[in-house]
Design a protein around this ligand. Structure first.
Ligand SMILES: [Zn+2]
Length: 494
């Protein structure tokens, strides 16, 4: 394949064949024709991924199982290529669409995507966010580029980044990738874009008093980098100020740095420095360039050093940054205004049971996506919304809080538990439905009893819901025999 200015040529050299089709190098296709290479690199793989996922559709998998498959059978096929070349938006949307339609069985999403990407304790299921994965894979190059090895492949990125003083310097600057010169290849420009997105409002300290690559110090809307000045050790606004807080005259400047510069350049630079940055430079001491760290300060007092950050660090930071409260929590808060620690409610699911089907049920209740007759009527699947066990209108609240059958059953199971274990526990119903039951556990309750009670609470909500769907009155004996079976499965026996 001919490259550069000869890319249209068909001339043959010796016996080498010439092609204009994508050629495969180390598992990735390269071509001058973007459509052909995108098809070979991504769409063919997406089709394969879709077929593989389809094979699993018939099985009754939980959201957790499907999430795992989306990661292992789905996105993993694309990750290798996505770490090496730019991934167009259309491909990202296509992949994410396929994965979510697999998760929700080709139906509309029931929970916001942003929430599903979050960890379990934040109301999500760690569902793979392909867009964030692409960004994180790109940012993982920073670590490779910053290590002090002299690998041949670095010649190309270094050539480009050296136009801004090198990557290690650029990442200390208050840059805006849109204001850097246009000749940076898209792959690296995106890397800087993603980095900028991550550092926006985060605990990453860039130094806005550095003159170069500074988005606030521009000429013709472009930030500046003058290599010969940089090589002379001129880095900060403070380098241009005298002890009285005034800009050095051209003479003073030339003497200080023993460096001849043109009058025009010098005054162009001074004129580009905004007043407030000059004021800031006056009151802040000029640091030593090499002492400015390349690190993220995290909330838990941890520091992440850029030269050590891997893909997963960036991925988690992006997900944390986009943390969202699930929609259902707003509805629960309307009913229970004092309910604030909803993250604990989700966490409780996973601490109370190891059974993914039970976990999924509890997860769906908290997200309010369990259909009751109210929802069935709304979607015109039934003609009335009356509870199958009492004469009142059905809803999530009715099913788990107000229905007399439910309330009676809560009392029966709890009094069974108290009698059986010789305890005196009282459980307000909202603690049952919001998974905040541990709040009212007596402090002396032993751990095995805690586990048994937690599992009982989770298990009974599922049992009640099943009974209601079958229009069958809940029965304590039947329930207890099922519960004991569950205790055995989950190793909760005494
Ligand atoms: Zn009812």
């Amino acid at each position: 394949m001919w490259i550069g200015s000869s890319k249209q040529k068909n001339i043959k050299i010796l016996e080498f064949s010439v092609t204009k089709d994508p050629i495969k190098i180390l598992g990735t296709y390269l071509s001058h024709n973007p459509d052909k290479s995108i098809n070979a690199n991504f769409y063919i793989k997406i089709r394969k991924m879709s077929t593989k996922l389809n094979l699993w559709r018939a099985r009754e998998l939980t959201l957790y199982g499907k999430s795992l498959l989306a990661k292992t059978l789905g996105a993993s096929q694309l990750i290798y290529t996505a770490s090496m070349i730019c991934v167009p938006d259309t491909v990202i949307n296509n992949v994410q669409g396929h994965l979510f339609s697999f998760l929700w069985n080709n139906r509309k999403d029931k929970i916001k995507r942003k929430v599903m990407y979050q960890p379990l304790s934040e109301g999500g299921i760690n569902f793979i966010n392909f867009r964030t994965m692409v960004k994180s894979l790109r940012l993982a190059w920073i670590q490779r580029l910053l290590t002090n090895s002299y690998d041949a492949w670095k010649a190309i990125p270094n050539y480009f980044f050296n136009k801004y003083g090198g990557l290690a310097f650029l990442l200390k600057c208050n840059f805006d990738s849109a204001k850097l010169d246009k000749n940076l290849p898209l792959f690296y420009r995106e890397l800087l874009d993603y980095f900028q997105e991550l550092t926006n409002n985060s605990q990453y300290i860039t130094n806005d008093l550095i003159l170069w690559n500074n988005k606030n110090i521009t000429v013709d809307k472009k930030s500046l980098f003058w290599k010969s000045w940089f090589d002379r050790g001129i880095y900060f606004i403070g380098d241009l100020l005298n002890s009285a807080g005034k800009f050095l005259t051209l003479d003073e400047f030339q003497k200080k740095f023993d460096f001849k510069v043109s009058y025009l350049n010098y005054f162009q630079l001074i004129a580009a420095i905004p007043q407030e940055l000059k004021r800031k430079a006056l009151v802040s001491p000029t640091p030593d360039l090499f002492s400015i760290p390349l690190e993220f300060q995290q909330l838990n007092d941890r520091t992440l050093l850029l030269p050590k950050m891997r893909c997963k660090h960036y991925y988690n930071m992006f997900i944390e940054k986009n943390n969202t409260e699930p929609t259902a929590i707003k509805s629960w808060k309307k009913l229970f205004p004092y309910f604030t620690d909803w993250k604990r409610s989700f966490k409780e699911i996973y601490e109370s049971s190891r059974d993914n089907k039970l976990r999924q049920f509890s997860f769906k209740v908290l997200h309010r996506i369990i259909p009751t007759r109210k929802e069935l009527k709304k979607y015109k699947l039934v003609t009335d919304d009356i509870c199958s066990l009492c004469p009142y209108p059905d809803s999530i609240e009715h099913t788990f809080l107000h229905c007399t059958e439910t309330v009676n059953f809560y009392m029966k199971t709890l009094s069974w538990f108290n009698n059986y274990h010789n305890t005196r526990i009282h459980l307000p119903h909202e603690h049952i439905v919001l998974n905040t039951f541990k709040d009212v556990f007596p402090p002396k309750l032993s751990n095995p009893l805690k586990r048994r009670l937690c599992l009982l609470i989770l298990f009974q909500t599922k049992y009640l819901y099943t009974c209601k769907n079958l229009s069958k009155r809940p029965d304590l004996e039947e329930f207890l025999s099922k519960l004991h079976q569950q205790y055995r499965i989950e190793n909760c026996g005494l």
